[in-house]
Design a protein around this ligand. Structure first.
Ligand code: ZN
Length: 243
């Protein structure tokens, strides 16, 4: 105790900042405050981390992490930031990597696009809908086609292609009813002409979560999903990213 009483004059904040977090529950200015003072652990953000994976690792919801740390934009968390993981004890063992099917050969462009997406945000996109690919990315009738079209019966489920934050949900001109999801890194996915959107702007979606169903809203000749992947503002060929 001699050491503690000797430091008492410095205050608890300094104790924590000096790395003696176990001795005090009070944080220094740059650390998040534990919500409610309950159990939990700190996690230092590492390259490639995002709130969903961090939450998963500790067995808590991403929403709980967002709330406890008052994160405004989940896509902007900085490497090195210390996050309070409420209710957590320690990280779960990491998941074993998914098995790759033997003989699955990707052409060079796909390999590059996918490794870039992985590097930036550990993104691995999945198909957003089951249906028939009716139009590819590129030029169509002299006009650019900035995504792919997948035709499917009205009401078919549309799933988030990767986890992220919904930045648009509603009408958007010729695109009809549209959901746009911003992913960690610089990527967005766009789901257009949907019948109904089931998520609201600002909410977080998990990969594979049902976010809408197929429709023909806006400028569409029949029920289909127009799906885009953008990096920054630039539309990318979704086929390069999809399995
Ligand atoms: Zn289209």
């Amino acid at each position: 105790m001699g050491r503690l009483s000797g430091l008492r004059g410095l205050g608890p904040g300094l104790l924590l900042c000096a790395g003696l977090a176990v001795l005090t529950l009070q944080g220094c200015a740059s650390s998040p405050q534990p919500a409610g003072g309950g159990a939990g652990v700190y996690h230092t953000v590492r390259p490639g981390d995002n709130v969903y994976r961090i939450g998963k690792r500790y067995g808590v919801s991403s929403d709980a992490v967002v709330r406890a740390n008052r994160i405004r934009d989940v896509t902007e968390i900085q490497v090195g930031t210390r996050l309070w993981i409420p209710g957590a004890h320690r990280a779960k063992a990491p998941q074993p990597p998914a098995k790759r099917s033997p003989g699955a050969s990707l052409d060079e462009a796909r390999r590059r696009a996918r490794s870039e997406a992985k590097r930036e945000g550990r993104l691995v996109f999945r198909w957003p809908v089951q249906g028939k690919l009716t139009s590819r990315f590129g030029r169509r009738g002299g006009k650019p086609h900035e995504g792919i079209d997948v035709s499917a019966p009205r009401g078919t489920s549309i799933w988030a292609s990767e986890e992220g934050k919904v930045i648009h949900s509603g009408r958007l001109g010729a695109y009809g009813v549209v959901v746009i999801v911003k992913h960690p890194g610089h990527y967005r996915s766009v789901y257009a002409h949907v019948n109904r959107a089931f998520v609201r702007k600002g909410s977080f979606v998990e990969k594979g979560q049902k976010i809408a169903d197929v429709g023909s809203t806006g400028n569409a000749t029949g029920p289909h999903l127009h799906f885009e992947i953008r990096r920054g503002e630039t539309p990318r060929n979704p086929m390069l990213y999809l399995p």
